[in-house]
Design a protein around this ligand. Structure first.
Ligand SMILES: NC(=O)c1ccc[n+]([C@@H]2O[C@H](COP(=O)([O-])OP(=O)(O)OC[C@H]3O[C@@H](n4cnc5c(N)ncnc54)[C@H](OP(=O)(O)O)[C@@H]3O)[C@@H](O)[C@H]2O)c1
Length: 438
């Protein structure tokens, strides 16, 4: 028996609607969504109220039809503190940096009864974080981490409502659980098989959490002078995340940093006995493939054993090979789809009327500070990670100074995330001790 009879989704973003549609259809569960009351969630809750809790998931491309669906929510909670009842499974679909803030608002009685918590888009350490917190209420609760959210989902009408559209779906996602031989993992495997997504089971949740490409590429791509200027500087300047300099940030120096950061992360994984990742293979096989003419199988398979200069060369080839979609159909002029034309999003005024930082690199700041905290705890050097953080923090300080008279969101504060780091490291210590005993 799995624990998917009564499922509660936390979060009022587009992913919550997609998750609700998928879980309702394939498990037949009783389902609810809970969220905080905010300027952003106001139109979400009012759309649900006006439409009798109906939800609607649409697609852009027929090949993603398993994501399409209409259904209705069984319950809605406005404010996490209003959650009542017994819930077998909680799905955390809020941003990673808000996990503890959100879960803290839930009534103790509710938390004590929860059998399983699923983290849809965690970062390295999130499973340990939740495990540490929830052990105060119920030490048997299973915590499952996905490597990453399985689609690309946004609001169908631009603003939060009961309607979303999914424009891309991953073929494979990694999964790891705090419990061995888990029935819930087996059930999830079946559900996702029906969605056409392969769930690859990892030995530990940390291992699943390392299979997230953003960890490896977002800090180098966004936390450099060029991209930070594009985000926070002249608002009319258009720059592109994946283009080579001067249209985008990709230079030989960025590639060097990307490679060094990967090595710093691999050193950290080695210290806690987590399997390492072949970065180039992960990029090409799990994310976007390139033509064999550009990178041979031999280059890809032997990447980890090559000299640094050779690795940098291959990474640079990977980025330049994807400036266009090498598998698209060329137009009459022989031009392929401009794959790299992803604009760097700029700071913006949010719905509360405050200057805010786009998700990339706002979310990456939390992710990389947690990694830095774990590295420090394990006495693992991470000079490049330190450099990324330094660049980002000095930029946001600069913006604070130059916007003294304007309203700025909390994203502009420098944070230590010390409490989260301590909770994560305390779980890492427990598992290292357990490994030494065995
Ligand atoms: N959408 C995608 O295609 C996609 C793709 C890959 C990964 N992801 C990841 O999946 C997660 C959810 O995505 P989404 O698009 O559904 O996200 P979203 O629109 O950003 O919403 C996430 C939810 O988190 C809440 N939240 C954010 N900060 C909070 C805080 N400090 N305290 C309490 N609640 C907070 C939001 O509340 P408010 O509305 O009140 O702010 C909202 O309910 C994110 O981590 C995202 O990076 C999404």
């Amino acid at each position: 028996m799995s624990d998917f009879n009564r499922v509660l989704i936390l979060g009022t973003g587009p992913t919550s609607i997609q998750l609700a549609v998928n879980f309702k259809k394939h498990t037949g569960c009783y389902i609810a969504i809970a969220g905080r009351e905010s300027v952003r969630s106001e139109s979400f809750f009012s759309a649900l109220e006006q439409n009798n809790r109906q939800i609607h998931a649409s697609i852009q491309n027929e090949k993603h039809r398993t994501m399409r669906g209409d259904d209705s929510l069984d319950q809605i909670f406005e404010g996490y503190e209003t959650i009542l009842g017994e819930w077998d499974t909680i799905i955390l679909s809020v941003t990673t940096d808000a996990y503890i803030e959100v879960i803290k608002q839930i009534n103790d009685k509710v938390l004590k009864k929860v059998k399983c918590i699923i983290l849809v888009s965690p970062t390295f350490g999130s499973n340990n974080l939740i495990k540490n917190y929830i052990s105060n209420y119920n030490s048997n609760t299973e915590i499952i981490s996905f490597s990453t959210y399985y689609g690309d989902t946004r609001w169908a009408d631009e603003k939060p409502s009961n309607r979303i559209i999914t424009t891309a779906v991953k073929k494979k996602v990694y999964l790891g659980s705090s419990h061995q031989a888990s029935k819930n993992m087996e059930r999830l495997y079946d559900v996702f098989e029906q969605l056409g997504i392969v769930l690859k089971m990892m030995d530990t949740p940390l291992e699943a959490e390392t299979r997230n490409i953003s960890l490896y590429v977002h800090p180098p791509l966004f936390m450099n002078e060029f991209s930070l200027n594009a985000i926070f500087g002249n608002l009319n300047d258009k720059k592109y995340v994946y283009k080579v300099y001067p249209e985008g940030p990709v230079t030989q120096y960025l590639i060097r940093d990307m490679l060094s950061q990967w090595k710093e992360l691999m050193m950290l994984l080695e210290k806690i006995n987590i399997k390492s990742i072949n970065l180039l293979k992960f990029m090409t096989d799990d994310n976007y493939p390139v033509r064999l003419e550009s990178l041979s199988r031999r280059d890809i398979e032997s990447f980890v054993d090559l000299k640094t200069i050779h690795q940098e060369y291959l990474l640079y080839i990977r980025y330049t090979s994807l400036l266009v979609d090498p598998f698209s159909k060329p137009d009459e002029d022989g031009r392929y789809f401009d794959f790299s034309a992803v604009p760097i999003k700029k700071m913006f005024i949010n719905r509360e009327g405050k200057w805010d930082i786009p998700r990339m690199p706002k979310e990456d700041y939390y992710r990389i500070k947690i990694i830095q905290g774990i590295a420090k705890y394990l006495n693992s050097d991470c000079p490049v990670i330190d450099k990324f953080i330094q660049a980002y923090e000095s930029k946001i300080q600069e913006v604070v100074q130059s916007h003294e008279t304007e309203l700025l969101s909390d994203a502009f504060s420098i944070q230590s995330f010390e409490d989260d780091i301590n909770m994560i490291c305390s779980e890492i210590e427990k598992s290292v001790k357990a490994q030494q005993k065995n």
